[in-house]
Design a protein. Sequence first.
Length: 658
Amino acid sequence: MRIDYKQALNLEQYKAVVEGDGACLVLAGAGSGKTRTLVYRVAYLMEKGIAPENILLVTFTNKAAKEMIERVQHLLGFKPDGLNAGTFHSMANKLLRQYAHKIGFTRGFSILDQEDSVSLVKDCMKDFNLNVKGQNFPKANVVQAIISFSRNSNQEIAEVARMKYGYPDFIADTIDKLAINYNDKKKASNSMDFDDLLYFWLLLLQKLPEVRAELAEQFQYILVDEYQDTNYLQAAIIYNLASKHNNVLVVGDDSQSIYSFRAADVGNILNFPKDFPGAKIFKIEHNYRSTPQILNLANKSIEHNQDKFEKKLQAIREGGTMPNLIPARDVYQQAHLICNKIIEYDDKGIDYNNIAILFRSTFHSAELQLELAKRNIPFIVRGGLRYFEQAHVKDLVSYLKILGNFKDELAWKRILKMHDGIGQASAEKIWQEINSYSSLAQIINQGLDLRNSRAQNSWAKIIGLFTFLSAIDFSKKGSMAEAIIYVLEHGYRDYLKTTFDNHKERMDDVQQFIDFVMTYDNLDNLLSDVMLSESFANDSEQREKSIVLTTIHQAKGLEWKYVMILGLRDGDFPHYKSMEDQKQLEEERRLFYVAVTRAKDQLFMLYPIRKNTFQYGEMTGGPSMFIREVGNDKYVTTRSNNFVDEGGEWEDDVVCYD
């Protein structure tokens, strides 16, 4: 039976499916059924007699490719054998096996995974006699990340090291030389890393006209999913493959381009009509997910971006309630309000997994995670670690743990191994000596005699740190923040920069941790709360029904009935660093748009009016500019005592700044 496309699709989807010859840009808004459109387009082409091997369908995940193939099979009633469907990397691997000999590799080349790549970079660093801890040179994983970003963004390695990662010229230039050695080692061992798969696929197309002609002839129809997330290499590959037939249909939403930190370039989708003159543009604007009120707010917000295609989400659903803006006194009341709302929903029989809490950065959820643990509300952090489980937070907590209990073996070993000249074996040896002492004061006063001069120097630094830290009076508020700042300024800031490829984001986490601990005037209470969060995490992981906590980046493509966005305060969201850069600010607004459009039935937006910081003291402010600019006719402001029954715990209400 032939497929009744008019019956199965709405008019917008139908036009894209049946009129999709030539260069076509399908702007598919959030919740508009873009996957359905792609699947029916593939089925339509095959019904028209196009052989599966002449169709290329490129997605960003293997799961998406598999799902589309299965849905095409279900539509057609037979398996589309020969269909070229998969991720950019899987298709690159398949094609490079045929043409590897043309670029100096053999057909049986090996593919290095992330761990292999980092290991090979380590070997290159040994060739250069680089000592990471002693010379403050970035670790192999950071170097590998710089090389990778450079490849995918088509930027010079030294430029990426300087501008994106903040390294000085001499380090940037050394990384550039390391990359040459790294590439030579890969070539010598007949190996490619993941980035090479795309790089050499493009090289084949650009440098070998006969290969380009052959592949461009084969792929009569090219379809690309999530085009707004493509990087330089991926967009260039598609451009070259479409050079013969010009039948390239890309589906995406410029309003959901939020991955520039991974080298995704929103310019690829924005410039598609320029790259493919005469391209047809289809807009799929009917949204099947959210209520009209939620979409009205989303539409009004994204209007403020200058670099965009004009489109407007239209709700299929009817009814619904206005989005709620809830001012909270501070981050603690914000956490308290969210937990009370969750309990209220639970009392109404609403499953936890229908509720999601979204935030811009993980550190915005620190107080909430602690409050959820105290209330025994099960939660999972999607796609990442809980705030107090993150390596850099655990590093800093280790110093406090030793001040509370100098016999904490794990904390000592964690700190020791961060320092130059101390590895696993040395840390074990030092710990055995530490364990023989009766107090931290005795350790500081008597010290240790280490044969390794580098280890001895590091031990002297550690003793210097604890000499200062042990003299702090932790019964005073702000004293623990003072301790963390001292650790930060006496080596840990450099350690962050050389150890993590996202050290700038982790530094934001550390600043939040400083603000978090400054409210405590008892070290035992702080450590107890941190331990509560850690122990709760292991238990809640086993539970099937849990509240979902997620960064907005991790939430893209997902949906929940009830969504709460926290931390919607200027400086936090949008991030203060984006305020002076139009491109960054527009990506922040797209991030807000993605967050809003995750909600199906109800949207709650919360922000803390007061924010206590160690650096600036108490700061008072209103909601995010993203809230202010949509106008207060797109939401209702709900005071905290009306958002949920507070039971009289919070006596005075907060002032609203809208």
